[in-house]
Design a binder for this molecule. Structure first.
Ligand code: T4K
Length: 388
């Protein structure tokens, strides 16, 4: 029986946000209304900052109105300038925050397996203008933090991590934010934990945290003293309240996502040319995205074919991160953007497909998505039967 699998009645997106019970959020709103404090570090903000230590570690946490502004503020607080080494396999925000500061992002290739910055290629890209490394824990896959630290120390470079996808990730039993000078987390609606829009920077350096707090509030030290060229990147009370409503929901959301990851891994294994994500760990991984790689030489179909065919079944997977940032207009003329400098990233960009991945998708729907993918690639919706 090779019947075509059924389409979904409603569109299935790559993600859907966790939402608290409306009544729970309303309770927080009542407290905000009562206090008439809507921003500038009010009680919701203070409380959220405290509660996040359980997930982001013991470092100092600064909250922001979005992840991009968090990164912008960290770049300024760390005094990065000249050139900064980064990855092309990321969201636009990563190189943009550098370029927005007049810093030249220098693209270095990624590792095949983790798809994060390849430390073996960093040193060749360092010049006398290099001041730092902006590495990305893409999909929540940890960078090679030890090796990056070693190279940074040797060359006196700052290390800033874009951990937009790495909420709650642990490496060697440590919170991922304990590595590097600072780590940014995004709390955008598409993230596991979110505040609709929002973000944080975590650092072990108390002085850096103080500097970020200053910069995110116009550089204002007190009513009559402005100490630095700051910006307004503060998280407001309504954002913080949403975060407080969701912070206790994280464990349940992660458990559901873990079940989805296991389903995808199990149901898509054995299709030649499909590489499923490494086995994710409930305790140490962020479970932010579930990404497949589709090798057209082995499947006979391009990733784009699968991506487009899925839409016919009402499934809207995403090609994060295609095209590479190095192919964007502002960056594509750079010598380091040439595809022969970035072969691994180019291959990844052509092969990756992020599948719908959010708690209330449910395993039955994930199984259905797998059946559709099998149908597209093999003409058979049934699960692959492993040869004995
Ligand atoms: N660094 C990295 C590595 C990042 O990935 C990001 C953001 C940043 C830095 C910057 O952090 P933020 O400044 O954003 O905090 C989305 C997100 O907007 C973006 O936050 C995220 N990365 C990026 C990977 O994905 P789009 O353009 O793909 O979003 P959009 O609107 O197409 O949403 C995807 C799907 O999510 C929709 O099809 C439906 C669903 N959705 C989305 C929203 C906004 C909902 O169900 N509800 C919603 O409210 O960028």
């Amino acid at each position: 029986m090779n019947a075509e699998p059924r389409s979904f009645e409603q569109p299935i997106y790559v993600t859907r946000p966790m939402l608290p019970e409306l009544a729970v959020f309303t309770k927080h709103l009542e407290a905000i209304w009562e206090s008439a404090v809507l921003s500038n570090g009010g009680p919701q903000h203070v409380e959220l900052e405290k509660r996040l230590h359980a997930h982001l570690g013991e470092g100092h946490i600064a909250l922001f109105n979005n992840g991009t502004n968090a990164l912008m503020t960290a770049v300024r607080a760390l005094d990065l300038s000249g050139e900064v080494i980064t990855t092309p396999f990321t969201f636009a925000a990563t190189p943009h925050v550098l370029a927005w500061h007049g810093i030249r992002p220098v693209f270095v290739d990624i590792e095949e397996r983790s798809m994060t910055l390849d430390p073996a290629r960093i040193e060749a890209a360092i010049t006398e203008r290099t001041t730092g490394i902006l590495a990305v824990h893409v999909y929540g896959n940890p960078c090679d933090v030890e090796e990056i630290e070693r190279i940074a120390r040797k060359h006196h470079l700052k290390v800033l991590y874009d951990g937009a996808h790495a909420f709650g990730t642990k490496v060697n039993g440590r919170a991922i934010a304990s590595y590097g000078d600072a780590t940014m987390f995004s709390f955008h609606a598409t993230k596991l934990f979110h505040t609709a829009e929002g973000g944080a920077v975590v650092t072990n350096d108390e002085a850096l945290k103080r500097r970020m707090e200053l910069l995110k509030n116009f550089g204002i030290a007190d009513e009559v003293t402005v100490k630095a060229v700051g910006i307004n990147s503060k998280m407001n009370e309504i954002q913080a309240a949403l975060g407080l409503c969701l912070v206790d929901e994280i464990a349940a959301e992660k458990a559901k996502r873990f079940a989805l990851a296991e389903t995808y891994r199990h149901d898509l294994s054995g299709i030649p040319g499909i590489t499923t994500s490494r086995r994710l760990d409930l305790e140490t991984d962020s479970l932010q995205y579930y990404c497949l790689r589709i090798d057209r030489n082995l499947t006979g179909f391009s990733r784009d074919h699968v991506y487009n065919e899925l839409k016919k079944f009402n499934v809207f997977a995403r090609r994060y991160f295609y095209p590479l940032c190095s192919q964007y207009e502002p960056y594509r003329e750079y010598a380091d953007s040439r595809s022969d400098n970035l072969p691994v990233a180019n291959r990844a960009g052509d092969q990756v497909l992020c599948l719908p991945f959010y708690g209330h998708l449910g395993t039955a729907n994930a199984q259905q998505i797998c059946a559709i993918i099998r149908h597209i690639l093999t003409g058979r919706a049934e699960a692959h039967v492993h040869a004995a």
